[in-house]
Design a protein around this ligand. Structure first.
Ligand code: ASP
Length: 440
């Protein structure tokens, strides 16, 4: 029998009305057996997420201020949902326990995790599913890494005893028994871990958008949706800033051939986006997605006979490593190379890096350029298509965008283009138009 793990984000569970939509989605498909909820998110613009309220509440604990009123506000968020759903459920005892634990300075991760924990209890009661505490089925090693073997084993044993279950997202248990949370947005990771442990057929991730879009809608008006994307393509785009799904959520499932389907709780009839290991499905357009980011610097270096000097690149990179700066791209020529870094990581350490390069690599010339943006054009179809690069660059030329850097990944899955910050939006629009708008 097939099974689906279904994760709902905070906006999908922000109010009683949203819970009702979730209930309809779950009951519409009997394969949706295990549900992973986030904490209640924002109900409207300017509203507060329960997780943020809990962080704030615990900040009061840490500074010895009275937290009771803040905690009361959290309780009101749940009570509103419980009343709206006409549930016979009272969370008073749970809140007493939480308050007692706060007084014992139990830790901020425990505090943050209560958002999902309580929402799990409410959702289980509403759906008529069993509640399984993530604390009992998700385990971390003391170094903070997930204990995959123990998690898989215990999760399978526990879930075998439940026909249907709700497992709260975002946290688990550390070796020393303390609660540990993932980074923000981490319920996506829980969903993925549960899907792997259960060997689910599909991991459905329900949110408030109908999947990934080819380009950022703040830049391109009404961009087309990505129907299918591979895990590798998504990595290339995620790293440039697309953020529908937590980046780490793809690792547990990708090696196991479990696809992720991003869906919209508010428009459940939309197919959403499928994220898959590999696919014979051609994407509708040559490019699968276009994403980018402003705020890069490039450190340009020249030295005669650089190509013949063994170890030159290593020495240059050493200067960045010594300052713990990560590197984005290293385009190079025969006697020149450039190192692209994030401006905000680099700016305070720039002079230390410059002097490091001088000492280690003795270049003839060194200059720093700021205000650059990088754009990734990603598509599994690109390598088998003639003229893709040509189309990108003629589109940019027509849009009067000066291209400052080009880097094609060895997988031929992406072309990275460096432009000036001020040309960023124009460049993305031009690339979108040439590959999508003019193709319809
Ligand atoms: N509630 C947590 C957060 O706001 C985790 C999640 O929603 O996935 O980051």
């Amino acid at each position: 029998m097939s099974s689906k793990v279904v994760k709902f984000g905070g906006s999908s569970l922000a109010s009683a009305e949203q819970f009702q939509k979730v209930g309809e989605i779950i009951h519409a498909d009997k394969d949706r057996k295990v549900v992973v909820p986030s904490a209640p998110g924002k109900r409207f613009d300017g509203d507060e997420k329960v997780t943020d309220m809990l962080y704030d509440c615990y900040a009061h604990v840490e500074t010895d201020q009275d937290f009771t009123l803040r905690l009361q506000h959290v309780k009101e968020r749940y009570d509103e949902i419980i009343e709206g759903l006409h549930l016979d459920l009272d969370l008073s005892k749970e809140f007493e326990t939480i308050a007692e634990n706060f007084k014992k300075n139990i830790g901020v991760e425990y505090a943050a995790s209560r958002g999902e924990y309580l929402n799990g209890i409410v959702l289980a009661a509403y759906l008529g599913f069993d509640f399984v505490d993530a604390y009992d089925v998700i385990f971390f090693k003391q170094n903070g890494r997930l204990d995959e073997d123990k998690t898989n084993r215990v999760m399978r044993e526990v879930l075998a005893k439940h026909e249907t279950a709700v497992i709260p997202g975002f946290y688990g248990q550390r070796e020393d028994k303390a609660v540990k949370t993932f980074s923000r947005g981490g319920s996506d990771i829980t969903g993925s871990i549960v899907a792997r442990a259960m060997k689910a057929d599909v991991y459905e991730n329900w949110t408030d958008v109908s999947g990934f879009l080819i380009a950022d809608p703040r830049i391109v008006e009404n961009p087309a949706r990505i129907e299918t994307i591979t895990y590798t393509e998504l990595r290339e785009l995620a790293y440039m800033g697309a953020s529908v799904l937590h980046e780490d959520a793809i690792f547990p499932v990708r090696k196991h051939g479990i696809p992720i389907n991003i869906r919209n709780t508010n428009v459940p009839q939309d197919e959403g986006t499928w994220i898959v290991e590999s696919t014979a499905r051609k994407s509708k357009y040559t490019v699968t997605g276009i994403a980018g980011k402003k705020g890069f610097c490039s450190v340009n270096i020249a030295k005669d006979y650089m190509n013949a000097e063994v170890g030159f690149v290593r020495k240059v990179l050493q200067a960045f490593e010594d300052q713990s700066i990560s590197i984005e791209h290293i385009p190079s020529g025969i006697d020149t190379m450039a190192v692209f870094v994030h401006e905000d990581e680099f700016i305070d350490k720039e002079q230390a890096v410059v002097s490091g390069i001088h000492q280690l690599a003795k270049p003839d010339m060194l200059e720093i350029e700021a205000d650059l943006a990088l754009i990734a054009v990603v598509g599994r179809g690109m390598k088998s298509q003639r003229g893709t690069a040509g189309r990108i660059f003629s589109a940019l030329a027509h849009a009067h965008v000066n291209v400052r850097m080009i880097d094609q990944g060895s997988s031929e899955l992406n072309i990275i283009i460096g432009v000036e910050n001020r040309d960023f939006e124009t460049a993305i629009k031009a690339i979108y138009d040439i590959f999508v708008t003019t193709q319809v």
